[in-house]
Write a protein that binds this ligand. Structure first.
Ligand code: SF4
Ligand code: FES
Length: 369
């Protein structure tokens, strides 16, 4: 007779479940699901060694275990702390946790620009969600934010280091999915930055997955950048026969056009698993198959109704008529005026700015005139 495995009882925010020994508090909370699950900006269950960097998943352990019921004196990172039998954990029911999380968000935002209006990740950014939940309207930080030049990581990916929160997920993707990692975290402390070694490009078949794991808009898809806001697109599930990857993707469409291809995500924002294996996708599926005919369409992607993306989740779209070409007798509109050539602020000046322009930038210009 096979010996039955002893399960551990763990209680998160007054909800008790049985989990296998070795389960972390975060994974136990995910098994319960819903609001009791702590946010996780650096942990990614499909990437070995991830977690322990960002501190957004802090929880209070109010009872250590049945054998030793003493509470843990400090808040602990739930992605790195395994459960004990009889453990009691507080997440949303703990004021200490809510307060600490607000502090962590404040720290993460010290060097993160609030450029959501022009950032491709807006609408699906975990830091944006966290900022709305725990952020404060002001900052106490008085120093200049760190600024970096934008960098190309290979032909398809752009790195916007100013937005990076150093979660290390992309380096784990490079380590574990590609066999030739040429990028990583250079320097330490407030000099730390993600970069490629000696400007080497990443051309590995699976490098695009770095974009999918990045919780903020630091790594973006160059074939999609600035093409559309994600909430104006229609996500549909599709697949194709691919000899390199699982071929199961989400197509982000606008009308008949496929604007972006990503791996399918689960409710935690991680790539979905199929038969226990993570559904990473290859660069051919992601960057080269941008036509609906390349895919077998399965149907609309299920989007959480609280997500801003669900606003554009429509079925049976009727494309509006292009009025301009109609009134111009079928001719396509032409660019009549280049705004940069007629305005005082030209693109060269804008490109020379070290960071986002503020009213101060233009004050200086006015004074010098
Ligand atoms: S670039 Fe993105 S995935 Fe990589 S460390 Fe920075 S935030 Fe994390
Ligand atoms: S998710 Fe646990 S420390 Fe980042």
């Amino acid at each position: 007779m096979s010996e039955e495995k002893k399960l551990f009882k763990v209680t998160v925010d007054n909800i008790t479940i049985d989990v296998e020994p070795g389960t972390t508090i975060l994974q136990a909370a995910r098994q319960i699901g819903g609001d009791v699950t702590p946010p996780a900006m650096c942990f990614y269950s499909k990437l070995q060694g991830s977690g322990g960097k960002c501190r957004t998943c802090l929880v209070e352990v109010s009872k250590g275990s049945e054998k030793d019921p003493r509470p843990m004196p400090k808040l602990v990172a739930s992605c790195r702390t395994t459960v004990m039998d009889g453990m009691e954990v507080k997440n949303i029911t703990s004021e200490r946790v809510q307060d600490a999380r607000a502090g962590v968000v404040e720290f993460l935002l010290l060097n993160h620009p609030l450029d959501c209006p022009i950032c491709d990740q807006a609408g699906e950014c975990h830091l944006q969600d966290l900022g709305y939940e725990h952020g404060k309207e002001g900052t106490r930080y008085e120093f200049n934010r760190r600024t970096f030049e934008k960098e190309d990581i290979g032909p398809y990916i752009q790195l916007h280091m100013t937005r990076c929160i150093l979660c290390y997920r992309c380096t784990y993707v490079a380590d574990q999915l590609t066999n030739n990692r040429v990028h990583g975290v250079l320097d330490r402390g407030d000099h730390a930055e993600i970069s490629t070694y000696i400007s080497k490009a990443i051309d590995n078949d699976f490098s695009g997955n770095m974009i999918d794991v990045c919780p903020v808009g630091a790594l973006t898809d160059k074939t999609f950048r600035f093409k559309n806001r994600v909430w104006f697109t229609k996500p549909v599930d599709a697949h194709r026969d691919c000899d390199k990857c699982c071929g199961k993707v989400t197509l982000w469409e606008r009308g008949d056009e496929v604007l972006r291809v990503t791996a399918r995500k689960d409710e935690w924002g991680e790539v979905q698993s199929y038969d226990g294996k993570p559904g990473w996708i290859c660069n051919t599926c992601r960057f080269d198959k941008k036509h609906v005919n390349d895919w077998v369409i399965e149907g609309p992607t299920k989007v959480n109704r609280h997500s801003v993306i669900s606003q554009g989740h429509y079925i049976g779209l009727q494309k509006p008529n292009e009025t301009i070409s109609e009134v111009m007798g079928g001719r396509d509109p032409k660019l009549l005026m280049d705004i940069h050539s007629v305005s005082d602020v030209n693109s060269v000046e804008l490109a020379a700015l070290p960071g986002p322009a503020t009213s101060k930038t233009f004050e200086k210009k006015d004074q010098s005139e």
